[in-house]
Design a protein around this ligand. Structure first.
Ligand code: AHR
Length: 649
């Protein structure tokens, strides 16, 4: 026992001495190991039609006029009566699979015809399928008439060629889920799924689903493999979800309520997407947590602060409801919902919500450390009252969770000031700053956090982007990110936003990753995020890099961090100008490194971009390097250079 105490004291003294030595030199400080993460929001068809691998659009007939003008339960479906079949089709709600999922289709078949009567769905701009791959089909069926139904399922190419098929018969009088596997014989970018009933009578149909078996990590109800891998390659330290504005929603009834998104998919509550389409909630809280775990990112859910978006109903339109708060009399229930979320993530399997997590296939906790409350909310008395009610309870019941408050949509201004004052008053541990500005703004504002008061809340830079996808935009962000590292003692988390955008369905530009049904491309901004993330450190060193006789200028930015795990020292050099610039690097302070180093560079024309046609126009190159203790390095015009010197660990 005594030995242990002495031993611990010795360790503490060691830590003290080494910290003190560092402090004496005044050249290094601990920085957040979680600094670079990602922001996920279902905007630009990021979830349904994007990352969520479901290939059938409007699978549960829940599309409606409130999702988008002109949409209804039968949007994306076609009634098929090929081969002289005839009958009627209707959308009904009287006896659904589940009350949360009220609409379904009823086929009344008078004459089957030669080929059967049924439904056709062409997915999200067509169903892409690959030769040799297997697809999981499922459907809920309920014969209304007193007979069973043979059912044929086909994947059909643009020219009518059958690419895969299967058949089965109903064997229950009640709603029953039927599942089958289709093996595809030919690759096709734009197939359709056809479901045909082959008997006279009345048949109810719901939840028509088709998933590739090859989802990311082969998860059922999983994610599109290539897109998920592109995200995983960022090696993000955390992932924020489910938004953005999607969180606080367009009106009180449109808030993102996490409990509606767990459990069997046919029992989840779909709703309008604030960005003008539909959320199935198929990609729900379980899938978000699972994905975070799969890619090694800490989960960072954001819940509404019990108020809807201040722009609800469109403030520009007459009749917009603006920000509305949940009734104070309902706040206890709402706060309980947030506590339940924490229990769902971290509670034991014996707890009510821990048991639901286990039921979904994950008995182990998801290790939730962060939770955001609110998104860019207007700092009104209604917001403040509700935020405080939530914050006080979460803080008291879960001191282990870092609560993140919100300070408006801009880097300054009324909500920013009021939000910060409020967070300071409440001693909220962290606040969520957002800004979308020009690349010049990012270059000019690298000193932003140098003077932040370290005794106040820490910062989560939850959304930021310079307005564009050129190399110059990406380098402006890179320059700014060196300042985030320098201030990694106060800026604890940062995420570029938005992350995903589907071709033809983009509500917001720029984004980090663009995709269509078959292809994904990474922007220069993506590569900057990736290079910072995979080269993150947990200690920042100043006085290692200096301008070589040149006056310091804001187009030349640099940082030096060390990763404690590997012992590697990582130098980042950003030149956002059109001329070559020299820097001096002095590694003599590091005793335990060798000379072996890698050099990664992202460079090109200021206006260079990537695209579906030229996905690698701007992409990083790698080389090996022998790093001397002291050396000069000439940075290319328009470049990010990362020199990673191997530690002797
Ligand atoms: O990232 C896109 C949107 O920008 C987010 O939904 C919102 O929080 C911000 O205004």
């Amino acid at each position: 026992m005594r030995f242990k105490t002495v031993f611990i004291a010795a360790i503490l003294l060691g830590i003290f001495l080494s910290e003190n030595a560092q402090a004496k030199k005044g050249s290094s400080k601990a920085i957040s190991p979680d600094l670079f993460g990602i922001f996920f929001e279902d905007i630009n068809y990021a979830a349904d039609g994007g990352l969520y691998a479901e290939l059938v659009q409007n699978r549960s007939f829940e599309y409606s006029l409130s999702d988008r003008n002109g949409w209804n339960s039968f949007t994306c479906w076609e009634y098929i009566t090929k081969g002289y079949g005839y009958g009627t089709i209707s959308v009904e709600t009287s006896s659904p699979v589940n009350p949360n999922n009220p609409h379904y289709v009823v086929l009344k078949i008078e004459d089957v015809g030669q080929e059967g009567t049924g439904l056709k769905n062409s997915g999200f701009d067509g169903i892409p399928v690959k030769a040799g791959e297997k697809y999981n089909f499922s459907v809920f069926l309920r014969p209304v008439s007193d007979n069973s139904f043979p059912v044929q399922v086909k994947l059909v190419g643009k020219k009518g060629i059958v690419l895969g098929e299967t058949s089965f018969s109903t064997d229950s009088k009640d709603w029953k889920k039927y599942s089958a596997t289709l093996t595809v014989t030919q690759t096709e970018d734009s197939a359709s799924l056809i479901v045909l009933a082959k008997a006279k009578g009345t048949l109810a149909i719901d939840m028509v689903s088709l998933f590739p078996q090859n989802t990311f990590k082969n998860r059922p109800n999983g994610l599109r493999a290539d897109l998920a891998q592109t995200i995983a390659d960022l090696k993000p330290k955390f992932m924020r979800f489910p938004g953005g504005c999607l969180v606080h929603g367009d009106g009180l009834g449109n808030m993102y309520r996490w409990e509606n998104t767990i459990g069997p998919v046919e029992q989840r509550i779909a709703q309008r997407n604030i960005w003008g389409y539909h959320q199935t909630a198929g990609l729900g809280y379980f899938e978000y947590f699972q994905f975070c775990e799969d890619i090694g990112a800490k989960p960072l859910p954001v819940v509404p602060a019990a108020v809807s978006c201040q722009n609800s109903g469109g403030t520009w339109r007459i009749g917009g409801t603006g920000q509305k708060g949940i009734q104070l009399s309902e706040m206890n229930d709402y706060i309980q919902e947030i506590l339940d979320l924490i229990e769902y993530a971290n509670g034991p399997v014996t707890s009510t919500f821990g048991a639901k997590r286990a039921e979904a296939g994950h008995p182990k906790p998801f290790n939730l450390e962060y939770i955001g409350i609110g998104n860019e909310d207007k700092q009104t008395p209604e917001f403040r009252e509700r935020f405080k009610l939530i914050y006080d309870v979460v803080k008291a019941k879960h001191p282990e969770i870092t609560v993140i408050g919100t300070v408006g949509p801009s880097p300054k201004g009324e909500d920013f000031e009021l939000g910060w004052n409020f967070a300071t008053e409440l001693t909220v541990p962290m606040v969520d700053e957002h800004y979308y500005e020009s690349p010049e703004w990012f270059i000019a504002n690298q000193k932003r956090y140098d003077s932040y008061d370290r005794t106040k809340s820490n910062v989560y830079l939850g959304e930021y982007a310079s307005r564009g996808n050129t190399l110059f935009n990406a380098l402006a962000e890179a320059a700014f990110m060196t300042s985030l590292e320098r201030n990694g003692d106060v800026v604890h988390l940062a995420s570029y936003a938005p992350m995903l955008a589907k071709e033809g369905h983009t509500q917001w530009n720029p984004d980090m990753i663009y995709f269509n049904n078959t292809t994904v491309y990474r922007t220069p901004n993506y590569f900057v995020q990736q290079l910072f993330s995979v080269n993150q450190g947990d200690r920042y060193f100043s006085d290692i890099i200096s301008t070589d006789g040149n006056k310091p200028d804001s187009t030349l930015a640099f940082s030096c961090v060390r990763d404690n795990k590997s012992g590697d020292v990582i130098i980042k050099l950003v030149n956002c100008s059109k001329t070559e610039k020299n820097l001096k690097i002095d590694l003599s302070a590091f005793k335990d490194i060798g000379t072996k180093a890698t050099l990664t560079q992202l460079t090109g024309d200021a206006n260079a971009k990537n695209s579906f046609e030229s996905p690698s126009n701007v992409s990083p190159s790698n080389a090996e390097l022998n790093a001397a203790k002291r050396f000069s390095y000439s940075t290319q015009p328009m470049s990010l250079t990362i020199i990673r010197i191997k530690g002797n660990k």
